[in-house]
Design a protein around this ligand. Structure first.
Ligand code: SF4
Length: 468
């Protein structure tokens, strides 16, 4: 990686900003891709056909670069803990241990274990905590999106906006996926929820709800990942949305912009996006793309090309919503490196970092609210104000709250209290919805010993009660 300019290194700033040139790591460093050409690499069909979906395929790709203990560790995780099945496009694998294959026996394995992208895309058993692998209050649909469905897959949580889950699949599966309840294939640990209605009927029911609900002006079109929807069907849905008079904002959610940028660089997708973006502009509707990058290494020249292609096609903005993850990016330098790579290198606007949600087996990724607040403070002042991401906690039954908006915070037990200024769609007649305090919980291993003791005693009591 070459450094073009170096500003502030000598000024003693806590974060020395430096402009970094984006790099597509050399994929031929992996034994299984030694003969892969650039044309193959840039083909979305080749990328989809060569995704790593299981331990055997990882072994075929990496050969003995990785020790057996890693493969065994991965196999055990898949059997006992994984909430998402494995699906990693070559584009993403290539951003792991990106710069060079370290020399010496076992050194690649160590570098692979320590790699931030590997840490969330290919989780292994030894990553997870053994004391509290899951928080006692973790749940499969931790944000209760399903409870707020007003049509199958259409979550109406905030007063003016909805989330439309068009499909339950993605071109890549992230280990920490908050929609682990629904998205992806079932794993030994998680039998996934299935949509019941036929896809066309579901989408029609969503449009029908939006047509008769003028209070909704903003639709997040998501999944899953919209990159897995055949373009003509996605275009038809967005075009139908644009015909709903009350819809003023449409955001297309696709991690594939960073996981499989080749998808968004296809000629037919670019031409189709140009058509819907033109229609949106003509109707005064803001059409944007929201993507999900968690580490600067993900932002490669191909990702920048895909983001620029979408901006050239006429979308109003491409924004990033990352997830704050321990071992990946929970560090001010890592967050700022990512934000500058997005902003300087790819024209992508840093927007949010979500605290990792309270899903099962996620405690090793989660950070405490206090740490999230410290990180928010540490990243202020370096980026332009409009590109300074907010770190938010998605509080069950509340929604996104900026981490400094907390109302009460017991740092000994790791219990934070939050209030809200709107009702969700299931609280129309709940007299206390606007005055109640809703709780969120820090990972127990981050608490002082007295707080951890309190949770242990409580877990013991709960176990006793369950037996009586
Ligand atoms: S891309 Fe998004 S929806 Fe798909 S697995 Fe990752 S976090 Fe979940």
């Amino acid at each position: 990686m070459s450094i073009e300019t170096s500003i502030g290194l000598e000024t003693g700033q806590p974060y020395p900003y430096r402009r970094v040139e984006l790099v597509e790591p050399d994929w031929t460093r992996f034994p299984g891709w030694r003969d892969v050409t650039r044309a193959e690499w840039e083909s979305v069909q080749w990328q989809r056909a060569h995704c790593v979906k299981n331990v055997k395929q990882l072994r075929d790709l990496m050969g003995d670069l990785i020790d057996e203990r890693f493969y065994a560790d991965l196999e055990r995780d898949q059997r006992e803990r994984a909430t998402m099945s494995m699906l990693v496009p070559p584009q993403m694998v290539n951003t792991m241990v990106p710069h060079a294959v370290p020399a010496g026996p076992g050194s690649f394995t160590e570098a692979f274990y320590g790699d931030p992208l590997r840490h969330y895309m290919i989780p292994v058993f030894s990553d997870r905590r053994t004391d509290w692998p899951s928080h006692p209050y973790a749940s499969r649909d931790s944000l209760h999106e399903h409870d707020m469905w007003v049509a199958e897959g259409l979550t109406h949580r905030y007063p003016t906006k909805v989330l439309a889950e068009l499909l339950p699949t993605c071109p890549q599966y992230c280990g920490h996926c908050t929609r682990m309840d629904l998205v992806g294939n079932s794993t030994p640990a998680v039998d996934k929820l299935k949509f019941l209605a036929k896809p066309n009927d579901r989408l029609e029911a969503m449009l029908d709800y939006l047509r008769r609900t003028p209070a909704v002006r903003d639709v997040v079109v998501s999944g899953g990942d919209v990159a897995n929807m055949p373009w003509p069907r996605l275009e038809a849905f967005v075009t139908a949305l644009l015909e709903v008079e009350n819809i003023r904002d449409i955001r297309l959610a696709t991690k594939a912009l960073v996981g499989l940028p080749q998808h968004w660089l296809q000629d037919d997708v670019r031409a189709g996006m140009e058509r819907v973006a033109g229609l949106a502009r003509a109707r005064g509707v803001s059409l944007a793309i929201h993507t999900h990058a968690n580490h600067a290494h993900s932002v490669t020249p191909l990702v920048a090309d895909a983001a620029r292609a979408m901006l050239e096609a006429g979308v109003r903005d491409v924004r990033n919503q990352g997830v704050l993850l321990d071992g990946v990016n929970a560090d001010p330098h890592a967050l700022l490196d990512l934000c500058f790579a997005l902003l300087d290198g790819a024209g992508v606007m840093p927007y949010y970092f979500y605290m990792c949600d309270m899903i099962p087996a996620a405690e090793h990724w989660r950070v405490s609210l206090a740490d999230a607040q410290r990180l928010q403070t540490a990243i202020m002042g370096y980026l332009p104000g409009f590109a300074t991401p907010r770190i938010v906690c998605d509080v069950p039954f509340v929604g996104k709250r900026w981490v400094h908006q907390v109302t009460t915070y017991d740092t000994e037990r790791g219990v934070s209290g939050w209030t809200k200024n709107y009702r969700t769609s299931i609280e129309a007649t709940d007299a206390e919805a606007l005055t109640r305090t809703y709780e969120y919980y820090d990972p127990i291993h981050t608490l002082p010993e007295s707080g951890q003791d309190w949770w242990r005693r409580r877990a013991g009591l709960d176990a006793q009660l369950a037996l009586t």
